[in-house]
Each structure stands twice: as structure tokens, then as C-alpha cells.
Design a protein. Structure first.
Lengths: 308, 344, 541
């Protein structure tokens, strides 16, 4: 959940000074052979990547593959349990759950990708700049970020989404706003330690400008942490998008969306129609899981501290 | 820097943070589309009545006066009147908070217990099956949407097996735990577990635990993954250190080495994490409270956002911010106290 | 070893839980003879003072704590014949319809021993009109536009002098805003609000079948209400209230309520259960589903300020393309009725006026739209709005069905948009929604309450749909003032036909009322008044 992950965003990426070196980027490029050498960590990344990609592919080709129009009502009698005609049954409006499962990931994916992009575009530069420049500017930004961070995440997301109105972009923005402090914190802790490294000092002494130092020396070393936080961000964005839809701030009801199925299905559970919520719920779990696995694996690879 | 200076400086730092938080909320909710005045007029619109309502809610004053009025109120402990039913917000928050707090505490207890137990078990064999299974378990529970897990537990254990109630914090119709009544003085915390013990009523205590079981298990499970991973990685490092090898060499049993020596040192980061997660846990309780029909602070805030109840939202956020800072401070102090490496 | 301890403790804990489950049912009931537990998802919105309360649930409780001059008999259909004496034993109206005289019941006492008389009636109405609380029904319905003054004619006779002849006056007196307060607990100039820990100080009522023994609110919502039989109730002799103690418990959502009644943790579940849950419970042999007339209606509003709905023909074309059968069957699983008039089915004056447009009649839609240039290649397109806060039942589903029904005509294309309830209201005020779904539940039981607030140019201004028809205004004013049933009936018929001509809004369905109880419960009446009469319900062993 949104509010729970932010702590782990900091925890997962602890700075191990002895492991920071130039050009760490290369260690992250997934080549299968180098991955399998990394043991479980490598497999986690591969597995997560496969999960995410398959869902993306399925959602992309869904318009051509779905047996029924996912938004059309009464394609079958309402609340049919899974059978041969409707693989996952139908919901209370007579819509085919299987078709909705195939095509419903679009919103989740859009929201999470968009929110990560916003975070990267805004959070990363702010984090880099603030921690590098330091001084009053840094302290001020820290205070603001801490305040946002102290705010219950889901509540803030709800407030912003309510303010902006419903829709994919607005959900993404609200999630991004809540998440930027996490990026800020993580980047800042990395930059603060890298700043003091001898080779950075050397570069500065040799007359390198701030911009160069930031882009050539600091940024590449911060990238692994950013990647890890980004994957966690992805997973969280999906869960928060589901949460926002639960509260009524989702997309209009004629667009297939797992979040809406979850909300709708939760009301049908008490009468025994478990399939309406089970399958979309499972898909959300798989998608979030895929990203989390990637994050776990990447984090372990970036900071391999447990060599046996 | 002495402990006293540290505490004072931390408290002083908290104040501007709360103010920034409050200002943010103050502005954000007023930008929200939707007029709290209009919400009182669902079935008709009488302009004179609407003006009177606007005045009653204090919304006809200039923005900066509304801001200062509220700030002055905070210092007095007066968080204003709800714009929905005109009840004192402070009173509503105090009635809502214990539920969220109790849920958070028990969820944390469950999360940490599961986390430490499995983290230790995993650390005993790096790379082996047990370790991998536990790691995967930690990751998977993390990815499950809280309300989904809650509903699954409700169905299985509540409706299916009838072991636990499916909703509500306390059975309807039974008198609530009343706490301690000494002479004419009545003391209750609002935390039903404590209140029922103070009252000396074991039945109510068990019933409270029963009501707490599913919600705190839901939230605790989802949270446990973080603690499993943390404990596991810290235990690895600690178990390789010299003094642990020395203890083993002295002939101490594996159990005392693990739980006696290594865990104590791996515990510190767990403590920090508890502090961090506790604050966010309070916010994350919203969906759990909704799924299990608990009337806590999370649901209160969400309800009030829907009703554009400015005073209630402001009050709840300020209260929450103060509480979170307090918890942070306590955790940091505890950390400083327990870690001999930190000398203030 | 450690594992064993953990397992043992868990087993112990679970057995303790199961044991307490047995205990619980008994201990909750212990100490109460004659007790029923009712579960609901409602909550008192502001307070229990008729001078301010204007919400369904607030009125439900006020009705158990107080009495009005008259009341509707259980199973009422809304006609004048269904009005029974309550605190007034008989009444009459002057020929010009401007003076209503009520003879009051004697020998009725408040809880402090004071005998009820005409001064208390005057006090109640002077207070309500004087406070003129912005939230309240006195302002909302406009009591001060109807009542000129209230006079104590004799000790047990009270006269109402009206400003305009108002045919629905008795219905107005039967609604909870007109319930008589206890002056000892109702200050003249201020509203009585919820007081923590003090139930008596939290409401100004008296004389009703029950007294309030406990009212607890947590986090701004009700968590428990306890009612106990009032020994001073005027109808005690007939055995009312039938159940001496009522506990009302509150649930956050319909799923919780449904589970609670299925688990038989409560005796009665009333408002709001989802349609699928109700269907499911109909097949449950341990539960009884009660069904009754609803008075809640829903309708589609069309904004006349700008295109496309500033054109009457287009409005009628859209009206002809609505498939009410799908709404009723798909969204509500048959638990609603197709509605062809703003006046609900079962109420005096109702005619199926909108059936004239068809249900649906896509040919008519195509014919009407063709001359305007709309056809299969150039469709009439507009945005349909719905609210997402659950303020109305199943708004998203309704919107989906409306969209599919309108698009089935082949010449209309609908985009859906939504907003939460607060923003929805702002959009309505700003008049920027082309078509939007709205609902209504009655204040008083009379066709006037379903016509004037919508079709009258001033009465309907709150909807902001910019509908003005002076002919309609005249008809409404006549129907309002005329006390002859026949004349009113004919007028309302004309009004409904004119409405179909102008088509400012299209009624879609009327929700039925449902309650689910355990098998031994009797005395449940779900009638057009929408009142839940606690004092009639009892358990038969």
C-alpha cells in the first residue's frame, strides 16, 4: 500500500560505501547469464519482468482477443459462476469477467507508468539539485518533503484526486505528489555520501563544473537506487489506484478497469459471487508482485552484501 | 549536545513542520471543487439561508482570518466545529482515534512478530530453500491490496468458519469496556483492550481481541514483509560478526546466540523501521477500517473529505501530524538510548 | 519447541473466540425482556431536533421519540383517508382553505408530568419558524410561506391560519418536521444538538412511543442508539410500542450489514442492502425479505441553457430512447419499478404519462432527430454525468445502462463523466452538465412534493436546469391550493402531460423498499410514507 512502502523505499536502499563505484550502471543491464549467476536475485528480476511484460502484452492485444466486449452489459445472465461459455463468469451487470480481466489492466498500467514518469521528471532533479547545492535551499526543501512525507499518503492522494477530478492523469499526479518525497530522500542520502568521495573531490579540484560533476559522477551512481524506488513506486501506484477507485475517484464506468471490478466485486462478495472480485484481484496482485519482485531482485543485485 | 537539548530542539523543529502541514491542508482543501455550504442544501436553494449557513461556517471571512482563527484555536486545543453536524471536531477525533491506534498497535505487533520470527529463520540458511520461501512469502504478502486480503479473511474466517466477527470492533448490544472507575473519577483510554482489563472484565477482553484479530492480521500480514526482509538482512550481518563467533566458541547454544546476542543488535534498525512504519500505518489503516467497518480516524478523514468538512479535515491532519511527530521523537530517543554508538 | 508454543496459543485463542460467540448472543440480550436489534447503514446527519433535522434517518428516530398532530396509518397509500389521529383527535378546515382547526387529545403527559395542550403546539411551530435553521425543513419546505400564525383557541384547540390555501396541509402535519417538541427540553431560540453521554439532553422530543436511553456517536457517525418504551405514550393502552427495547446498531456499508443479518447477529436489517444481497437472501430459509413501495425516485435531468438540450424536440427524442426495463432488471435485479411520472406509483395523482414517449421507442427517436440532421453517421452526442459517492443507489451502474440504452438507438452517442457528490453539486450549480442523474425522496406525502420542487420555475430553481413554463407554474399553483380531490387529480394529469411535452427531465425508476428480518419478526410495514415504525415491530416466539 502506498503508505506502507515509502518507509521501505528508504530501507531497501542503504548506502554501502564500499560498493559505490563509477559505472555501476553496467552491472544492472540484465544479461541472462550474469543474472543467473546472481542466484535468487537474478531469478526474481527475470520472473518479475516476465510477469509485468505478459500483463502489458495481454492488455495491449486484448481488443482483438476478448471473446466479448468487456463493457457491454447483459452478454450473459448476471452473476453466472465460471462455466464453459464465460470462463470467469459474469458480474452483476451481465458483463463477461474474463474479457474484463484481459482488458482491465490498461488503467492501472497507465496510472503507474505516468506517475513514475512524473516522479522521475520532478523528483529526481529536485533531489539531485537540493542535496548537491545544500544550504538554506536544501533545508527548506527537506522541511517541505518531510511534511508531505508525514502526511498519511492515501489521504493526500485522495484529497488531490478529489481536487483535480477523476481520471488517469489526475490519479497519476496525486500518486506522484505523494511519492516524490521518497525519491527525494533516497537520492539525497545517496548524493550526500557520494559528494564526499575522493574522486568527486578530485574532479572538482581539477576544475569540473557543478553540472559536469552531477551528470558524470553523481547521477550514474544514484541510478540504481532510483530504479529500485521506481519499481516500488510502480507497485504502490497500482495498489493506490485500486484504492482511489474504491473510494469513487476512478475512471468512468464504461472503461474496463480492475479497480472498478474490485470495488463492485466487494459488494457482491456477501452474496457469494466470489469470481467477480477474485480474478481481477489476482491480476492486480500479479502486476504489483511483478514490479516488487523486480525491485527486490535489482536491489539485491545493486547491493550484494551477502556473499557466502 | 545533551539529551535535554536534543529533545527540545526536536520539539522545536516539529512546530514549523506541523505548520507547513496545516497550511498545505488548509489550501488544498479549499481548492477542492465542491462547497461545504452547498452540501447543506440538497433539496432546495434558499439564498438567504445559504448566506446564513456561510456565516455560520465562518466561510464568509477572508481567507487569512480563517487561517489565523484556526491556528489560534489549535493552541487553545479547540479544533473547531464540524461543518457537517456542528459537533466539536476535537471530540469527534478523540472518539475516532483510539480505534485506529489500537488497530495500528496490534498490526505492528503482529507484523514485527511475524517479521522477526521468519526473518531469523530465513537468516539461518542463506540461499537455502527455507530462506527463499520465506523471502518470497514476504514479497507476496506485500503486493496484496489490503482490502482484498481483508475480504478474503472475512470470507474464510468470518463468514465461513465463524471464528471471528466479520465487521465492527465490538459486538453490538454489549456495553463497551468502561475502564477504571475509582470513586467518582472515570478513566478510560478508548483502547478497548486496556479498558476491559482496567474494568476487570475478561469476557470483554477476549471479545475485543476477537474483533481485533482479522483487521490486525490483515494489516500485519501486509506489513510483515518489510520486517522479514529487514530482520533477515540485519541478522546475516550480525551473525557473521566476531563476537557471535566467539559466543559460539564459548559453547552457548544456537538459540541463545541467535536470540540473545545477534537479535538484540539487529533489533535497532527494526525499531527505527517500526517508528517509520507506525506513522504510515496510521494512514494505511483507512482501507482496513473500511473493509471491517471500524469507525476510526482514517475513515473519519476520508468521510470528511467527501463532505468537504474543512474544519474536521484540518483538525484531523493537525492531530495526526502532532501524533506522528511524537511517535518519531519517542522512537529516535529510544534508538539513541539503546545504541551505545550514538552519543548525544 | 517454540513452534509448539505458538501453535498451542493460537488454538487456545481460537477456542476462546468460539466460546465467546456462544456467550455473546446470550449476554447481549440479558437484562432486556422484549428486545430487538436493528441494523442499518444510515446515520443521523445533524441532530434529532425537528427544527433542523432534514435527513431520512434523523426523521426515523424523531418519529419514535415524538408525535405529530396526525400520522399516516401503517400500510398507507398516501391518500387523505390514510391519515389517522395522533395528538389531534379531530380536525376541520375552513371553506377558503386558510384556517385549519385541530382538537387535541387530552390526558397526554410529558415525562415531567406537564399535560400536553395547545400551547405546546404553538410553541413548536413558533420555534421552528422562528429559528429558521438553514439546514432545516422549516426553511427547506417553506413553512413560513405557508403558515401565517398558530393560535391557541382553547386549552385543547389549536388553529393554524395559512397564507395560501394548501391542500397538502395534513400531509405536512404528518411529517416529522411538524412533530411536537417538549418545551422543557427545547429552548425557543436554539437547536438541540448531540451531547456526549447525555441522551436526554440530545433531543427536544417527548410524547412518542419511545424514549432515548443511549445515543453514541463515534468519529462523527452513529455507533449506537437505544430506545426504551415511553410509559407516557398516549397509545400505550393498545399495546404500543410492541417491543419495549430497541437497539439500533450501525454498519459502515451494505456488505457489513448483509453479513450481519445473514449471521443473525441482528434481528432486522433496513437500509441499505444491495440488490444482489437481497436476491440472495430471498433464497435463504432462515431469513424473511419484506418488500414494499418505495417513495424514492430517480430521474435524468437535461440542461436547457445551451445546446443540445435547449431544443425541446431533442429532449423528447432522448426521452424516447430510455429503456427502463434494462435499468430495473440489470441494475436493480427487479427490485425497482419502471417510472413514467415524477409522481411515484401508488400515490394519488400518478399517471404513466411518459409511456407516451415509448419505453423505448427508437423509431420515434430517429424520426425526431432526422430533420435536425442527426443520423447514424452524424450522431447526437452529449455527456452524461453521475455521482460516485454512493449518495444515490448504484449511480455508476445506472449511467452505464442509460448509455447503452441511448446508444442502442443508433443515432445517439453518450460519453460518461462523473464527480463525487460534493463536486457534483458544484457542477449542478454551475450548470455545466448537459445531462445528469438525480434522485429524490419525499418531505411530505403529496404529489405537490414531487412536482413543485421540479417543474415550478422558482421551486425548481435549485436543480439549475433552466426550465421555465408559466403555464406549468399556474397549473402547479392551482393544484397546490385546491382542496377538492377530483380537481387536483385532473390538474396533476394536465401537469404530467405538459411535462412529457416539455420533457425537462425524464423519470426512470422508483426504488422499492426492502427490509430483511429473521423469521420470527412481525409488524413490518413498508409503505409509501417510507417511515420505519419501530413501535409496530415485534418478535413472535
Amino acid at each position: 500500500m502506498l503508505t506502507l512502502i515509502r518507509g521501505s523505499g528508504c530501507e531497501v536502499v542503504e548506502v554501502d560505501k564500499s560498493k559505490v563505484r563509477k559505472g555501476m550502471l553496467s552491472s544492472l543491464i540484465p544479461g541472462l547469464s550474469s543474472l543467473s549467476q546472481r542466484g535468487l536475485a537474478g531469478w526474481l528480476v527475470v520472473l518479475g519482468f516476465i510477469m509485468v511484460t505478459s500483463i502489458v502484452v495481454v492488455t495491449a492485444i486484448s481488443p482483438w482477443v476478448v471473446p466479448y466486449n468487456p463493457s457491454q452489459i447483459n452478454v450473459g445472465r448476471p452473476l453466472l459462476s465460471p462455466n464453459s461459455q464465460f470462463l470467469f463468469g459474469t458480474n452483476n451487470m451481465g458483463q463477461d469477467v474474463f474479457s474484463r480481466v484481459l482488458s482491465g489492466g490498461g488503467i492501472m498500467l497507465e496510472v503507474s507508468i505516468l506517475s513514475v514518469m512524473i516522479c522521475l521528471l520532478i523528483g529526481v532533479p529536485i533531489g539531485l539539485l537540493s542535496s548537491y547545492v545544500g544550504g538554506i535551499f536544501d533545508r527548506f526543501l527537506c522541511l517541505i518533503m518531510d511534511s508531505i512525507y508525514a502526511f498519511p499518503g492515501l489521504v493526500l492522494a485522495i484529497a488531490i484526486a478529489a481536487m483535480l477530478g477523476r481520471g488517469v492523469t489526475n490519479m497519476a499526479i496525486s500518486i506522484a505528489v505523494v511519492y516524490v518525497p521518497s525519491y527525494f530522500r533516497v537520492i539525497r542520502s545517496q548524493v550526500l555520501s557520494i559528494k564526499e568521495m575522493p574522486y568527486v573531490e578530485a574532479a572538482k579540484a581539477a576544475g569540473a563544473k557543478g553540472r559536469t560533476v552531477l551528470s558524470r559522477y553523481i547521477f550514474p551512481n544514484v541510478v540504481p537506487s532510483i530504479v529500485v524506488v521506481a519499481t516500488v513506486n510502480f507497485a504502490d501506484a497500482i495498489l493506490t489506484a485500486a484504492g482511489l477507485t474504491f473510494i469513487g475517484l476512478g475512471v468512468p464506468v464504461d472503461i474496463p478497469d480492475w479497480g472498478w471490478d474490485l470495488t463492485n466485486g466487494s459488494r457482491l462478495l456477501s452474496s457469494g459471487a466470489w469470481w467477480v472480485i477474485a480474478y481481477p484481484g489476482l491480476m492486480i496482485i500479479l502486476l504489483a508482485l511483478g514490479f516488487t519482485l523486480m525491485g527486490e531482485g535489482l536491489s539485491e543485485m545493486a547491493n550484494p552484501r551477502l556473499r557466502e | 549536545m545533551t539529551l535535554r537539548t536534543y529533545v527540545i530542539s526536536r520539539i522545536l523543529l516539529t512546530i514549523p513542520m506541523i505548520f507547513i502541514l496545516f497550511t498545505m491542508v488548509f489550501l488544498v482543501i479549499r481548492v477542492l471543487p465542491g462547497d461545504p455550504v452547498l452540501l447543506h442544501f440538497e433539496k432546495q436553494e434558499n439564498p438567504a439561508a445559504m448566506e446564513r449557513m456561510r456565516h455560520r461556517l465562518g466561510l464568509d471571512k477572508p481567507l487569512w482570518i480563517q487561517y489565523l482563527d484556526y491556528v489560534a484555536g489549535i493552541f487553545r486545543g479547540d479544533l473547531g466545529e464540524s461543518m457537517v453536524d456542528y459537533s466539536p471536531v476535537a471530540q469527534q477525533i478523540i472518539s475516532a482515534f483510539p480505534a485506529t491506534l489500537e488497530l495500528a498497535i496490534f498490526s505492528m505487533v503482529i507484523a514485527v512478530s511475524i517479521g522477526i520470527f521468519f526473518g531469523v529463520e530465513a537468516s539461518k540458511g542463506y540461499g537455502k530453500t527455507r530462506d527463499n520461501v520465506i523471502r518470497v512469502f514476504g514479497i507476496v504478502t506485500y503486493a496484496i491490496p489490503v482490502f482484498f486480503l481483508g475480504m478474503v479473511l472475512q470470507m474464510v474466517f468470518g463468514l465461513g468458519l465463524h471464528w471471528f466477527p466479520v465487521e465492527s470492533r465490538f459486538p453490538h448490544g454489549v456495553d463497551l469496556p468502561s475502564g477504571l472507575a475509582v470513586g467518582g473519577v472515570h478513566f478510560s483510554t478508548g483502547l478497548y483492550t486496556i479498558d476491559s482489563l482496567l474494568e476487570g472484565n475478561v469476557y470483554k477482553f477476549v471479545v475485543t481481541l476477537r474483533g481485533l484479530a482479522l483487521p490486525s492480521l490483515t494489516l500485519g500480514l501486509v506489513l510483515s514483509g518489510v520486517f522479514i526482509r529487514l530482520t533477515r538482512s540485519n541478522m546475516f550481518e550480525t551473525l557473521q560478526l566476531d563476537y557471535v563467533t566467539a559466543a559460539r566458541a564459548r559453547g552457548l547454544s544456537e538459540t541463545s546466540v541467535t536470540y540473545g546476542y545477534a537479535l538484540r543488535n539487529a533489533f535497532l534498525p527494526v525499531l527505527t523501521m517500526m517508528g517509520l512504519q507506525f506513522a504510515t500505518l496510521l494512514g494505511g489503516a483507512i482501507l482496513t477500517e473500511t473493509t471491517f467497518s471500524w469507525f476510526g480516524l482514517g475513515r473519519y478523514i476520508v468521510d470528511r473529505i467527501s463532505s468537504r468538512d474543512y474544519t474536521a479535515i484540518q483538525g484531523a491532519v493537525v492531530f495526526f501530524g502532532i501524533f506522528v511527530s511524537f511517535v518519531s521523537l519517542v522512537v529516535d530517543l529510544l534508538y539513541a538510548y539503546l545504541d551505545p554508538r550514538i552519543r548525544l | 519447541m517454540r513452534c509448539l508454543i505458538v501453535v498451542a496459543m493460537t488454538v487456545l485463542f481460537i477456542s476462546a473466540c468460539m466460546l465467546t460467540l456462544q456467550f455473546e448472543c446470550k449476554s447481549a440480550r440479558a437484562g432486556f425482556d422484549s428486545l430487538l436489534v436493528l441494523g442499518t447503514t444510515d446515520s443521523v446527519e445533524t441532530c434529532l431536533d425537528p427544527a433542523r433535522a432534514y435527513d431520512y434517518f434523523g426523521w426515523e428516530i424523531i418519529q419514535s421519540l415524538g408525535c405529530g398532530l396526525v400520522e399516516y396509518k401503517a400500510g398507507a397509500t398516501g391518500s387523505i383517508a390514510d391519515i389517522d389521529p395522533s395528538l389531534a383527535t379531530s380536525w376541520s378546515v375552513s371553506d377558503d382553505g386558510l384556517v385549519w382547526t385541530f382538537n387535541l387529545r387530552q390526558g397526554v403527559h410529558y415525562d415531567d408530568g406537564t399535560e400536553f395542550n395547545a400551547t405546546h403546539v404553538k410553541y413548536t411551530f413558533d420555534r421552528g419558524i422562528g429559528i429558521a435553521d438553514a439546514d432545516g425543513a422549516f426553511v427547506g419546505i417553506g413553512y413560513d410561506g405557508i403558515i401565517n400564525n398558530v393560535t391557541v383557541s382553547e386549552k385543547y384547540v389549536v388553529k393554524f391560519y395559512l397564507k395560501i390555501p394548501f391542500a397538502a396541509f395534513l400531509s405536512l402535519m404528518a411529517c416529522q418536521a411538524s412533530y411536537i417538541v417538549d418545551p422543557a427540553h427545547a429552548p425557543m431560540t436554539s437547536v438541540v444538538e448531540y451531547t456526549v453521554g447525555d441522551a436526554r439532553a440530545s433531543h427536544p422530543m417527548g410524547l412518542g412511543p419511545y424514549t432515548l436511553t443511549n445515543w453514541t456517536r463515534t468519529a462523527g457517525r452513529d455507533s449506537e442508539i437505544r430506545l426504551q418504551a415511553n410509559p407516557n405514550y398516549w397509545n400505550n393502552a393498545s399495546g404500543y410500542p410492541k417491543t419495549k427495547n430497541m437497539i439500533i446498531t450501525f454498519y459502515a456499508n451494505s456488505a457489513g450489514l448483509a453479513l450481519a443479518i445473514k449471521n443473525q447477529e441482528i434481528d432486522i436489517a433496513f437500509r441499505q442492502l444491495g440488490a444482489t444481497d437481497i436476491n440472495d437472501m430471498k433464497t435463504n430459509t432462515n431469513l424473511k425479505v419484506w418488500e414494499g413501495t418505495g417513495a424514492v425516485i430517480q430521474y435524468l435531468v437535461l440542461q436547457e441553457k445551451y445546446a443540445p438540450f435547449n431544443n425541446t424536440i431533442i429532449r423528447r427524442a432522448v426521452g424516447a430512447a430510455i429503456n427502463r426495463t434494462t435499468i430495473v432488471d440489470t441494475v436493480f435485479l427487479g427490485q425497482a419499478q419502471k417510472l413514467y411520472s415524477m409522481i411515484p406509483i401508488g400515490m394519488f395523482g400518478h399517471t404513466d404519462a411518459f409511456l407516451a414517449l415509448g419505453d423505448p421507442n427508437y423509431t420515434k427517436t430517429t424520426e425526431l432527430l432526422a430533420p435536425l440532421g442527426y443520423n447514424a453517421t452524424h450522431k447526437l452526442s452529449f455527456k452524461l454525468w453521475y455521482e460516485t459517492s454512493g449518495h444515490y443507489l448504484s449511480s455508476p451502474e445506472q449511467a452505464l445502462v442509460l448509455k447503452s440504452s441511448l446508444e442502442a438507438s443508433g443515432v445517439i452517442s453518450v460519453t460518461l463523466d462523473s464527480a463525487d457528490w460534493a463536486s457534483y453539486g458544484t457542477h449542478r450549480r454551475n450548470e455545466d452538465m448537459e445531462a445528469y442523474v438525480m434522485g429524490w425522496y419525499p418531505d411530505y406525502i403529496d404529489p405537490d412534493d414531487y412536482i413543485q420542487p421540479f417543474l415550478d420555475s422558482s421551486g425548481g430553481s435549485w436543480i439549475h436546469h433552466n426550465y421555465n413554463n408559466s403555464q406549468m407554474d399556474k397549473l402547479i399553483a392551482w393544484a397546490r391550493g385546491n382542496t377538492t380531490a377530483d380537481a387536483r387529480s385532473s390538474l396533476y394529469s394536465q401537469i404530467q402531460n405538459l411535462m412529457v411535452q416539455d420533457c425537462p427531465m425524464i423519470p426512470t425508476f422508483q426504488g422499492s423498499a426492502y427490509a430483511v428480518t429473521t423469521l420470527k419478526i412481525k409488524g413490518v410495514y413498508l409503505d409509501i410514507t417510507q417511515s420505519w415504525r419501530h413501535w409496530l415491530v415485534y418478535a413472535e416466539e
